[in-house]
Design a protein around this ligand. Structure first.
Ligand code: ZN
Length: 244
């Protein structure tokens, strides 16, 4: 099996289109979306439409939840809050209804999919380091858990002695005696210093398993221009070109 796993699209249509093109050339059996289809970017309805079409599994993210009025945006920073207010106003009822029926968690055989954390998916905490990862390894039984949310493509392995370590290799060969938490990176607003769109491919066979982080260039300027036209915060416009 070959899975393409995308997350944190955030209404960035140009980034999503480039990633979808790339996925078409990768012969994947399934496409999985870990949420945050909307928020920040200028094309939320278009992104919901495309993800609905291409993804076999879709779960909800905190910005999707906030845009349909289910997460309190008082805890969002002012830029994110402004973008959510704009997103909420332009989302069609069709998009809202679709987002409203998404689950927090999904499973496929030996893999768990969640936007934020396996421990408390609806609390929107982050897994940023090995300590966070060690806590979260105790909350699921599957071989591997894929997350999004931080927009930073980090990977953690838990070894048979329960030691948890951050692992950077790409592609990463997975050892069957270990367990893994993999952040798949962000399609529409990368924050690891690389402005290119990111997603992850999970190759899963009986004898070998790998995860690969894929980077895809896209027309950043077209997204920025649409954000300016819609008066979205300047900070959010600028961060796309530095990937921060
Ligand atoms: Zn996000």
């Amino acid at each position: 099996m070959r899975f393409a796993i995308i997350s944190d699209i955030h209404g960035n249509l140009a980034a999503l289109q480039s990633v979808v093109e790339r996925i078409k050339n990768e012969n994947c059996d399934k496409v999985i979306c870990l949420g945050d289809l909307v928020g920040y970017g200028p094309h939320p309805n278009e992104c919901v439409e495309i993800v609905r079409e291409i993804a076999d599994i879709i779960i909800i993210g905190n910005h999707d939840h906030a845009a349909i009025g289910l997460t309190d945006t008082r805890y969002f920073n002012p830029h994110a809050r402004a973008a959510i207010a704009w997103t909420s106003a332009v989302l069609t009822n069709k998009s809202k209804d679709f987002l409203a029926q998404l689950d927090f968690v999904a499973r496929d055989d030996e893999a768990l999919f969640v936007h934020a954390t396996p421990c408390e998916p609806e609390k929107w905490d982050y897994i940023l380091n090995a300590v966070d990862a060690a806590i979260n390894f105790r909350c699921f039984k599957e071989f591997i858990c894929f997350v999004g949310h931080s927009h930073i493509p980090v990977r953690f392995a838990r070894f048979p002695d329960r030691h948890v370590k951050n692992i950077q290799a790409n592609p990463l060969n997975l050892e069957l005696e270990n367990r893994y938490i993999i952040n798949v990176g962000s399609v529409g607003q990368p924050r690891d210093g690389d402005a290119k769109a990111a997603f992850t491919i999970y190759n899963y066979h009986s004898d070998a398993r790998t995860v690969e982080l894929v980077r895809v260039p896209y027309d950043i300027e077209s997204t920025q221009q649409a954000m300016v036209e819609n008066n979205l915060p300047q900070f959010l416009v600028e961060r796309l070109e530095c990937g921060r």
